[in-house]
Design a binder for this molecule. Structure first.
Ligand code: TYD
Ligand code: MG
Length: 453
């Protein structure tokens, strides 16, 4: 028999290590590695004749049509799910504590219930009375959603097995306790075991299960990343503290496109859908100011315009500050290096602050040109043309590379009143529909064209 040895798992990213270390090599977090007892083997099973046998792919097609997706009627939620909820699927919703996950899912459950699904909301964090109070605040007291307050996994599965709802929401996975695992609730072993049982149950019963997971900062509690690989769909609920906007983003979806976003606004009476996020993210723009560039982006299947803001100021520090919010800081450093090396525009001795307005996160390489535009505009203290949007990827040589879905980006820009676009020279665009276009071959050309240098 194989010797059973403990494994060491990082609670932040889920990486496993052979031995304990103070810092996780995989994600760089400190003090997040915990020791896990080996999983018990369980009784060996002999599968029935029909089980575990492979069947030809072509033989499957005629057996059963794919089950229909259910729509909640909340367009932002349905789109992020890939066009509705798939029966028997397992969905993970992660996010910082207090960002609004419970609010979103209670509203979601009520919306699905209104659409005719039977929905159960099981909270391991709040008593049913507290959930009912929240429902009152959200105006959902008449909703047919059934509530439960339970943390024991066995009890939860028994209840779900008996009730056979169409949708079950489990809030949160860190509070669950599987009695066959000897570890504290919230540990990697418990969280994994609970998620595994729930996912298996979903597949077997056809009940769609939504699992809530708190993103954790300390190493004692396992975060949602340790179960990402088990579920069909991974959604993250994001937002900046101090902003009322919340973004639900799909980072993995077996049943739809990843990187799809749904935009919500947190109000006194719960989350309200934001149907036109571009207008919202640009709404704070006033007079043209140096350091502002409008990026025509694509999030999933939808074009979204955002404003990239930069501030460049003389630094008193030996190594100047680079503060980046809502953008990839590695990407920003690369663009600054390209501006220095290829265009001879130094940023040494200057503090750089970059930010995406409205608490939005932008991950597309197509945002490179807008980032460079905002940086240059701030540094030169000269505003970009206010009626122009920008997009394009910057290579290390300083050349601009074309990006996908240019037509959709331009259409959205035009809809919002922009009449000009600055884009890569090699970009193919069909039907500009009255947009003025400035084509740029490389960053040096961009500096000359826009800042006349
Ligand atoms: P919650 O859904 O409990 O967060 P999570 O489950 O992710 O921990 O949301 C908590 C925050 O949302 C809290 O700070 C109060 C705010 N909130 C509103 O602003 N309006 C509302 O109608 C509700 C229910 C919550
Ligand atoms: Mg909660």
């Amino acid at each position: 028999m194989a010797k059973s040895v403990s494994t060491f798992t990082c609670t932040a990213c889920g990486a496993t290590h052979k031995k304990w270390a103070g810092r996780c090599d995989a994600c760089g977090a400190w003090n997040t590695i915990t020791e896990e007892a080996p999983l018990s083997q369980g009784p060996g099973r002999s599968l029935g004749a029909a089980k575990g046998r492979a069947v030809p792919l072509s033989g499957l097609a005629t057996e059963e049509p794919p089950p229909p997706r259910s729509h909640s009627g909340l367009a932002e939620l349905d789109r992020v799910l890939g066009g509705g909820l798939v029966p028997g699927s397992a969905v993970l919703v992660g996010g910082d504590p207090g960002i609004g996950k419970s609010t979103l899912l209670l509203q979601g459950a009520a919306a699905f219930a209104r659409a005719g699904l039977s929905a159960v909301y099981i909270s391991g964090e709040e008593a049913s009375a507290q959930v009912r109070m929240r429902a009152g605040r959200l105006g959902l007291t008449d909703s047919p959603v059934r509530l439960g307050a339970e943390t024991n996994l066995r009890n939860i599965l028994t209840t779900l097995d008996r009730e056979k709802p169409d949708l079950a929401i489990i809030d949160s996975v860190q509070t669950l306790w599987a009695d066959h695992v000897e570890a504290a609730p919230g540990s990697v072993a418990q969280v994994r075991a609970a998620a595994h049982e729930l996912v298996t149950f979903a597949k077997r019963s056809g009940v769609a299960i939504v699992i809530v997971g708190h993103v954790t900062k300390d190493g004692q509690i396992a975060g949602p990343r340790v179960v990402e690989h088990m579920v069909d769909t991974v959604l993250y609920f994001e937002g900046e503290r101090g902003h009322q906007f919340r973004i639900l983003r799909s980072v993995k979806n077996r049943f739809g496109p990843a990187d799809e976003i749904g935009v919500f606004e947190m109000t006194g009476a719960g989350l309200a859908e934001v149907a036109n996020p571009s207008a919202l993210f640009l709404s704070e723009r006033g007079q043209p100011v140096p350091g502002s560039a409008v990026f025509a982006g694509i999030e999933g299947t939808r074009p979204v315009l955002t404003e990239v803001q930069a501030l460049v100021a003389p630094s008193t520090l030996a190594s100047p500050r680079r503060t980046v919010v809502g953008l990839d800081s590695g990407r920003v450093s690369t663009i600054i290096a390209v501006l220095e090396a290829r265009c001879g525009i130094p940023f040494a001795g200057l503090d750089v602050f970059l930010n995406v307005a409205g608490g939005m996160r932008v991950n597309e390489p197509a945002a490179d040109l807008a980032i460079a535009g905002a940086l240059l505009s701030a540094r030169e203290d000269s505003a970009l043309p206010p009626e122009a949007v920008l997009f394009g990827e910057i290579s290390l040589s300083g050349a601009l590379r074309p990006v996908a879905q240019a037509e959709n980006r331009l259409k959205e820009a035009q809809k919002l009143g922009f009449s000009q676009a600055i884009l890569p020279e090699g970009q193919k665009v069909e039907g500009l529909g009255g947009m003025g276009v400035t084509r740029i071959a490389d960053l040096t050309g961009f500096v000359g064209e826009v800042f006349g240098a």
